[in-house]
Design a protein around this ligand. Structure first.
Ligand code: LMR
Length: 329
């Protein structure tokens, strides 16, 4: 990956081998922290394929998975200063710069995948996308991963008291912090590429993540208990550096927009079936005790976490809070 560092520094245009007749090509570097065989990795590959197709190969999207270039701590800053052109961080990571994005972290905000789709395509999505520009970023799309599930290496997480005094690895978000505070548990924000080790060493004993992230990062080797709780949602904002965007030709902007729309429709459907498939794969490892939260248990969790909504107003504002409340009616 680090073999072509000269290209890294050369800005948006590189000159491909003229002898092959390829001429000038615009290169878009796209960095993300998960593996290629994940909902985000698959979406990024589909986007790259469509950009190539729609621009007759004059725009090339280069993918840098597994956090090889940047991790969650520094990728938003790297995007803002133009060191990378596209990233797709989780909502919580974007909220470090644009707090309103925390709206997507609210527990029990989305009843099912249909509600998530409505949030992405409706008022919530458009408010969130609109907040990016003043921070030097352009929102290209909203990508799904899936619902968050609880894991622990200490005991099954079923009743509220099971959470007491456990320490959870979390994404950096005040709303997620509040969620665990209400469950009397501690938290530590840790970037994705350090999660396995932090669970292995016992620095944290519990976590929340999607089936795909639990499976692809082999977290089942360091977490004995999984609760299928679907208590919150993990998805991504696909964002581009604004200066880079503004310098693209109108034709390229249109092609990229179209590629993103098409890739997003495909990817957000794919993410659902991919997580389902990986739940089967996870079961086959036989390494986790899996509990599916019952309706009654779910109701108890939901009630205990309701005060997060009161606290959230200060972070996300009344308009977004109203929009989320309307969706979860
Ligand atoms: C995490 O850190 O758990 C996720 O944000 C990783 C990802 O990008 O899916």
């Amino acid at each position: 990956v680090f073999g072509f560092s000269s290209q890294f520094n050369s800005g948006q245009r590189v000159y491909d081998d003229e002898q092959q007749g390829l001429g000038e090509q615009t290169v878009i570097r796209f960095s993300f922290v998960v593996a290629e065989n994940t909902p985000k990795g698959r979406a990024a590959q589909e986007f790259a394929r469509l950009v190539k197709l729609k621009t007759n190969d004059t725009v090339r999207v280069e993918l840098f998975p597994n956090g090889t270039l940047y991790n969650e701590n520094d990728e938003v800053a790297a995007l803002q200063r133009g060191s990378i052109q596209i990233i797709a961080p989780s909502f919580s990571n974007i909220s470090e710069v644009v707090p309103e994005w925390m709206a997507m972290d609210l527990p029990f905000a989305f009843r099912n995948d249909e509600a998530v789709k409505e949030a992405f395509q409706g008022k919530i999505g458009s408010i969130l996308m609109g907040k990016l520009e003043s921070h030097g970023m352009i929102g290209l799309g909203l990508w799904a991963n899936g619902f968050q599930q609880m894991t622990s290496n200490v005991r099954p997480l079923v009743h509220l008291e099971d959470f007491r005094n456990l320490k959870f690895r979390i994404l950096p978000s005040k709303i997620i912090e509040a969620q665990f505070r209400l469950l009397n548990a501690g938290t530590s924000p840790i970037p994705f590429n350090k999660v396995y080790r932090s669970m292995e060493s016992g620095e944290v004993d519990s976590g929340e993540n999607t089936i795909s992230n639990i499976y692809s990062r082999k977290l089942y080797q360091v977490q004995k208990y999984l609760t299928i709780s679907n208590h919150a949602y993990l998805g991504y904002g696909v964002i581009m550096n604004k200066q880079f965007w503004d310098k693209l030709s109108l034709a390229n902007q249109q092609a990229i927009t179209a590629a993103m729309q098409e890739a997003t429709v495909w990817a957000n459907q794919d993410a659902i079936s991919f997580n389902n498939k990986q739940l089967d794969d996870l079961k086959k490892t036989g390494q986790m005790d899996i509990h599916i939260l019952t309706d009654d248990e779910r109701q108890a969790w939901q009630q205990a976490l309701e005060p997060v909504y009161t606290e959230a107003r200060a972070y996300i504002g009344q308009e977004l809070l109203d929009a989320v409340n309307e969706l979860r009616q």
